[in-house]
Design a protein around this ligand. Structure first.
Ligand SMILES: CC(=O)SCCNC(=O)CCNC(=O)[C@H](O)C(C)(C)COP(=O)(O)OP(=O)(O)OC[C@H]1O[C@@H](n2cnc3c(N)ncnc32)[C@H](O)[C@@H]1OP(=O)(O)O
Ligand SMILES: O=C([O-])CC(=O)C(=O)O
Ligand SMILES: [Mg+2]
Length: 303
């Protein structure tokens, strides 16, 4: 396993909302939506003949707007394009928090971007290691290499599955219940958890099908994702609610920890709380739930 520094605080990333870097009016107000992360897109949302102007507009916005606590990530163009190196230089010079590597296929792709980021940090006098990475897995080979990608760099905080491109390669379409994505989604979650990084579900493109969006979001949480990529502000509230512990989950976690604290000297490792068996993994998970609820700001207890 890669020797990854222990993060001081795990950053909550329930929502990562895309916006087109070509549109300065979107970028300038981006922080008002309260998403956890903004993804300013230089890739597929930007027409090929607008790449330079979108990058220029992005740089000016980033230099002039204070995004406060909202994490700012830029999706750069793929490594098979003539754009990505300049994208990296501009992102680093502008001081972004992270770079999303589009269509990442291998650990080498991550290391190639990492090298360019390190060079740009040196070039622009940016603190070494400040610029984080995440990778979007959008092809069968990217999914097959998920674990190597997840462990390729200490800068890499997570991976996203990107179903628009993946479905294209698999020759499938979006099906009710997401059956066509089930294996890939599970593989991404497994790889991310094995590597100790976060994982994010893909965006839902059909803005008029709210029920479909909600079902997919719930399934992503059930599969173990930390959050979801979004394309529109009307998707934020449901995603934030779904990727947070419920009141009942918080109350039960508190109860478990209290019972553990009360019982730990009794010499009994396993017993029941509310009729359910509990032992070490259940206590560990309860601690994770409370830490997550605290980080989101919905639990203020002392545990
Ligand atoms: C497959 C992929 O690669 S997906 C990733 C790349 N794609 C993107 O970045 C696209 C992001 N999303 C969008 O551009 C838009 O939401 C669209 C084109 C899908 C739909 O646009 P609209 O029909 O205008 O959406 P809608 O009517 O819901 O917009 C309502 C308001 O939210 C704003 N808004 C919409 N999407 C976003 C967004 N992603 N970020 C910030 N603001 C947004 C609109 O500007 C509008 O503001 P206004 O009321 O002040 O005019
Ligand atoms: O990352 C995403 O969800 C959007 C995307 O590029 C895709 O679906 O191909
Ligand atoms: Mg894509």
């Amino acid at each position: 396993m890669i020797n990854r520094p222990t993060p001081k605080k795990v950053r909550i990333r329930r929502s990562m909302m895309f916006m087109n870097a070509q549109k300065p009016n979107l970028l300038k107000d981006a922080y008002i939506y309260g998403v956890d992360s903004i993804i300013m897109d230089l890739e597929d949302a930007v027409a090929e003949n607008q790449k330079d102007s979108a990058r220029f507009s992005l740089f000016n916005t980033l230099k002039n707007i204070d995004y406060g606590d909202t994490e700012v990530i830029v999706r750069i163009n793929g490594l098979d394009t003539p754009h990505w190196q300049e994208d990296v230089r501009v992102c680093v010079a502008a001081g972004v928090d992270g770079i999303r590597i589009a269509k990442c296929e291998s650990a080498d792709d991550v290391r190639t971007v990492e090298k360019a980021v390190a060079a740009a940090e040196a070039e622009f006098g940016v603190e070494s290691g400040r610029t984080l990475l995440m990778a979007a897995l959008e092809s069968p080979i990217g999914i097959m290499h998920a674990y190597e990608i997840c462990t390729a760099s200490t800068r890499l905080f997570g991976v996203a599955i990107s179903a628009g491109d993946l479905r294209k390669s698999l020759h499938v379409k979006s099906e009710p219940g997401g059956v066509e994505m089930f294996t890939a989604r599970s593989q991404v979650v497994m790889a991310a958890r094995a590597a100790g990084v976060q994982c994010f579900d893909t965006m839902w493109p059909n803005l008029d099908d709210e029920a479909g969006f909600e079902a997919e979001t719930i399934q992503a949480r059930q599969l173990g994702f930390d959050g979801k990529s979004l394309i529109n502000p009307r998707q934020i509230a449901f995603v934030h609610q779904t990727f947070a512990p419920t009141k009942a989950e918080i109350a039960y976690a508190e109860k478990l920890i209290r019972s553990f604290n009360a019982q730990q000297d009794s010499g009994i490792g396993v017993y029941t709380v509310d009729g359910k068996l509990v032992d070490v993994p259940f206590f560990d998970d309860a601690r994770r739930v409370l830490a997550q609820a605290k980080a989101i700001g919905i639990y203020h207890g002392e545990l």
